[in-house]
Every structure is written in structure tokens, then in C-alpha cells.
Design a protein around this ligand. Structure first.
Ligand code: NAG
Ligand code: NAG
Ligand code: NAG
Ligand code: NAG
Ligand code: NAG
Length: 488
């Protein structure tokens, strides 16, 4: 039994990646898969093989912070139908982080194709440790990478309704780098401070956009980043720190936010979707009390209690996957071919092309699509409950949208709907009593929506973990309507 679990160990949260593994309860210590091996699994499931496990530079003599170095760019392979680089409003830049030793965050900024007065949206991909450019090129960016490595415009890019930022973070991910390992983040405090510093520098550079509404969006492990970042901005605004950021809301797509509740939902979801039978259900559920206990201890004690619960709780997920060989746990309608669940490899080839690097002014920096070292560094953060900061934001009228593609196992809609429902705030009772109504897009039911006041939960039909990739049209209209306060 032990060896079976070891061989298949799984995954990551691509959160964007999937999750980890778990042999804690089954195997001896020397059989444990390291965090790094877990991260490598995740990376393989996207067919990504970054040359380095983290983006660390040997030296950076010119570091001054805070500072933005930005350029407008266009890609050599895309048809811009005669638009000038200025009209286009596509920018690539590095931001030197004020509270780091020597860290620079890389970002891409696409002005809206609709109206420059549209809200500013930031997108954060999960991992932890995966570049936000994965979403740009495969989910909701202005263009996608075709199989022949050319770019094709995406009619449903989120830049049709917003001025959108994609940031490579935490430091060490994508093109973001440092020369000092002490800049690598281990928790949401470090991450949200870096993002806040970035945003301040960005709006200083682009004051015309600082007056627009601002929204935070993202996926998977960003279910951790997003509430922490929103709280950081809200605190900064209240303390009149720096530039006021017009934070109006945040949206979490197939996220990991409240692990204690979400891990307990795996078996219920798996039973409902016929991934396991009732016998397996009962036997896997035997792990739940220990997982729950350790997750609570992580909340109170932090530190090693969090590492321990990571292994214990992931045993639940791993057993379900073990019973379903070849299952794509980001989309249970699909199979993984070997380790490969998606093929996102073109992004590495594309971003490492000399013409592309020149366009983006990243010099000879290598692109680290997903960093296993960054993943590793976040182990203690994984089981933390990030729901705790959300009620205070709701009370102050910040809009919250939690959405989930219905066929994702790893951050499934059931676990997400449960933590949303269980969250204590002044509207909890009314939210619980509110009806679940069809979410209609262009005359068709595209999902199921439950709302009260600033809080919305949306189960998205015909989609897995990567909602904007599976339902581009619906996801764009979801974003547009939510920002306008017209989801229902
Ligand atoms: C570029 O796009 C425009 C408008 O979509 C089209 O008319 C034109 O033929 C395209 N040019 C090339 C070289 O494909
Ligand atoms: C590459 O693929 C895209 C999308 O499939 C297609 O529109 C384009 O013509 C192709 N370009 C070349 C050079 O083959
Ligand atoms: C449940 O599934 C397991 C394999 O996953 C199988 O061995 C067992 O016989 C099944 N039990 C029932 C009652 O169908
Ligand atoms: C827990 O995780 C943190 C962060 O990855 C690591 O520094 C620490 O050594 C881990 N503790 C144990 C006991 O594995
Ligand atoms: C998708 O978007 C187009 C506009 O580009 C619209 O006409 C169409 O009805 C939309 N809806 C669906 C479900 O395809």
C-alpha cells in the first residue's frame, strides 16, 4: 500500500497547480517526497521545464528602490493592423521593490482595448511559484500562443473590459528576480507587502490609471494571495499611506482559501462525481479528523504544525487521485497523459526567444515558468486560512466574487461554496437564505449564482480549474458584469 501511494504521489496546486502528496501517514520518513519533488510534479503536469528552479541573479549593481523601468512594446509576430506602439498601450517593466534587499518584480500591463477609463485589474496566477504569464497566454490575455508559436488575438481577453496587469510573483518566479535569497517570501505578509509596494510604484508611474477603479483577480493558490493583498491595500488606504488605491473588489477563481473546509470537501465532491464509491468514501474519510485537527493547530501555532498538516491533509486528495489513474485533477472530464495534464510548453520557447526578450527588455534573464524553490519556500503558508480577513472587507463594502469551474477536483466548487457559506459576517444569514439562481449569458445558462450584498458565489458550467481558458466568453462577461455590479 505504501509503495503505491509513493509512486503516484501527486500533484500540485497549480493552484494553478495541484497539490501535494502525502505519504506522511503511509510511509517512513525516508520515503517522503520532498517539497521540491512535489513542485516538479506540478511543473511536469503543465509540460514546463524551466532551466532554473528559481530566478536568482549573481549581481545587480544598479539596484535602486522604489523604481520602475518600463517600456512600451509590440511583439514581432503579431498583426497589429497598423496600430502604433503608443496607441496599443502594451507595457513591460521591472519594479525595484522598496522593502526588499535587491528584488525586482516583472510585469506586463495592457491598456484596455475598450476604454482607458475601464477599471484596472491585476491578475495573479497560483502555484505557488507559477508565472502570471501562464494565464496571459493560455487563459485571459489579449492574445494566445498558437501551436506554431505565433500569437493570435483573443477576442475574449480581459483587456476587452479592463486595463490589466500580469505580475510575476512571488519574487523568483517568471522574470522576477533577486540577488539575495532573503528576498524570497515565506508567507502572505511578505507577498502582500511586495505587491503593495509594486502597486504604489506602478500608480506613481501611471497616475492617469490611479483614478480608475481597481480589482484583484486570480486563480488557484491566488486564493491565498488575493485576500491578503486586498487587506493590505485596504489598510494602506485607511492609514492614508501612499497613493489611495480605488479597491472595489476581488475575485478568486478555483482558489485555495480555507484549507480546513476545502480538504474536508474532497470526498463529498469525489463521491458526487463518481470518482469514488461509498466504501472508498468511508475509508478515506477516516483521515479527516486528523487533518482537521492539524489544520486548526496550523492556525493557532503556525510553523511546523502547518508543514505537518500539509502532508496529513493531502493524503485525502492523493488517495482519491490514486483510485483514478490518469485523472486530470484540474478537469475530471479529461485525462493526463503520463505526468502531462496540459501542454503549456510553448510559453517557455516563446518567452526565451531573443526577439521576444528584446521586445520585453528582460536582457538575458531566463524565464522560470514555475519555480519549485518558491513553491518550497511557501510550505508553511499552504494550510493557513486566508478567509479570516475577508469579513472586514465585506463590511466595508468591498465586493467579493468566488467562482469555480464545476469539473475541477483540486480546488473544487463544493469546498469553495462551503467556506463562503460558513464565513461569519453581518450578511451571513441572508447570504445563506438567498436563492441559487441561473447565471445567464447570451440567453444560455452558464452557471449557478448565489449572492447577497457584496458577496457572490458562482459555479461555472462546462469548465475545470482554468475557467477563462474553458469558458472565455462567459468569463469575460462575468468580469464585466461583476465590475458593473450587474452579475444577477
Ligand atoms: C492584419 O489584420 C487586419 C485586420 O484584422 C487585416 O485586414 C490584415 O489583412 C492583416 N494583415 C496581415 C498581414 O495578416
Ligand atoms: C500559425 O497558427 C495560427 C493559428 O492556428 C494561424 O492563424 C497562422 O496562420 C499560423 N502561422 C503560420 C506562419 O503558419
Ligand atoms: C469500490 O471501489 C473499489 C476500488 O476503488 C473496489 O475495490 C470496491 O470493490 C468497490 N466497492 C463497491 C462496494 O463497489
Ligand atoms: C516547514 O516549511 C518551511 C518552509 O518551507 C521550512 O523552512 C521548514 O524547514 C519546514 N519545517 C519542517 C520541519 O519541515
Ligand atoms: C460570445 O460572444 C459573442 C460576441 O463575440 C456573442 O455574440 C455570443 O453570443 C457570445 N455567447 C456565447 C454563449 O457564445
Amino acid at each position: 500500500m505504501a509503495s503505491t501511494f509513493i509512486q503516484i504521489s501527486l500533484s500540485f496546486l497549480l493552484l494553478l497547480l495541484t497539490s501535494p502528496f502525502s505519504c506522511a501517514t503511509y510511509a517512513n520518513n525516508h520515503l517522503h517526497f520532498s517539497q521540491k519533488q512535489q513542485a516538479e510534479k506540478l511543473i511536469k503536469s503543465f509540460n514546463l521545464f524551466p532551466k532554473d528552479s528559481i530566478n536568482i541573479a549573481t549581481h545587480d549593481p544598479s539596484f535602486v528602490a522604489p523604481k520602475i523601468v518600463e517600456k512600451s512594446f509590440s511583439f514581432p509576430s503579431l498583426n497589429y493592423s497598423g496600430l502604433s506602439v503608443e496607441d496599443l498601450g502594451h507595457h513591460a517593466g521591472y519594479c525595484s521593490l522598496q522593502h526588499s534587499k535587491v528584488a525586482r518584480l516583472f510585469y506586463l500591463f495592457f491598456e484596455s482595448r475598450n476604454n482607458k477609463k475601464d477599471p484596472v485589474v491585476i491578475w495573479l496566477t497560483g502555484g505557488p511559484g507559477c508565472s502570471s504569464e501562464l494565464a496571459l497566454f493560455y487563459e485571459n490575455g489579449p492574445f494566445h500562443i498558437a501551436s506554431n508559436l505565433s500569437l493570435v488575438w483573443n477576442d475574449y481577453g480581459w483587456d476587452m473590459a479592463s486595463n490589466i496587469l500580469y505580475v510575476d510573483q512571488p519574487v523568483g518566479t517568471g522574470f522576477s528576480y533577486t540577488t539575495d535569497e532573503s528576498d524570497i517570501c515565506h508567507d502572505e505578509e511578505g507577498i502582500s507587502n511586495d505587491l503593495y509596494d509594486f502597486l504604489q510604484a506602478f500608480f506613481k508611474e501611471h497616475p492617469q490609471f490611479a483614478i480608475n477603479d481597481f480589482y484583484i483577480t486570480g486563480e488557484s493558490y491566488a486564493g491565498h494571495y488575493i485576500p491578503a493583498f486586498a487587506t493590505r491595500i485596504h489598510q494602506g488606504n485607511k492609514a492614508k499611506e501612499g497613493i489611495h488605491i480605488k479597491l472595489k473588489g476581488f475575485a478568486i477563481g478555483n482558489g485555495l482559501t480555507n484549507p480546513e473546509i476545502q480538504y474536508k470537501a474532497y470526498t463529498d465532491y469525489a463521491l458526487e462525481m463518481n470518482l469514488i464509491n461509498y466504501t472508498d468514501y468511508n475509508s478515506i474519510n477516516l483521515n479527516i479528523p486528523q487533518c482537521e485537527k492539524e489544520a486548526k493547530k496550523c492556525g493557532t501555532d503556525g510553523g511546523n504544525a502547518c508543514n505537518t498538516s500539509y502532508y496529513t491533509c493531502n493524503a485525502i486528495f492523493d488517495q482519491i487521485v490514486t483510485l483514478n489513474p490518469g485523472l486530470n485533477y484540474y478537469d475530471i472530464r479529461k485525462k493526463c497523459n503520463g505526468d502531462l495534464c496540459y501542454d503549456l510548453s510553448n510559453i517557455e520557447t516563446f518567452l526565451n526567444k531573443e526577439s521576444v526578450r528584446d521586445a520585453l527588455a528582460v536582457g538575458d534573464r531566463e524565464f522560470v515558468s514555475c519555480s519549485s524553490d518558491v513553491y518550497d519556500a511557501m510550505q508553511t503558508d499552504w494550510m493557513k486560512n486566508l478567509e479570516v480577513g475577508i469579513p472586514a472587507l465585506l463590511e466595508d463594502g468591498i465586493k467579493v466574487l468566488v467562482y469555480a469551474g464545476e469539473y475541477d477536483l483540486i480546488c473544487n466548487w463544493l469546498g469553495n461554496s462551503r467556506w463562503v457559506q460558513a464565513m461569519e459576517w453581518s450578511g451571513q444569514r441572508q447570504y445563506g437564505a438567498s436563492p441559487t439562481v441561473p447565471f445567464v449569458v447570451d440567453g444560455a445558462v452558464a452557471g449557478l449564482l448565489k449572492s447577497h450584498g457584496p458577496l457572490n458565489f458562482l459555479k461555472v458550467h462546462d469548465a475545470g480549474h482554468l475557467v477563462p481558458a474553458d469558458q472565455p466568453n462567459v468569463s469575460l462577461q462575468m468580469l464585466r458584469r461583476w465590475m458593473k455590479g450587474k452579475l444577477t
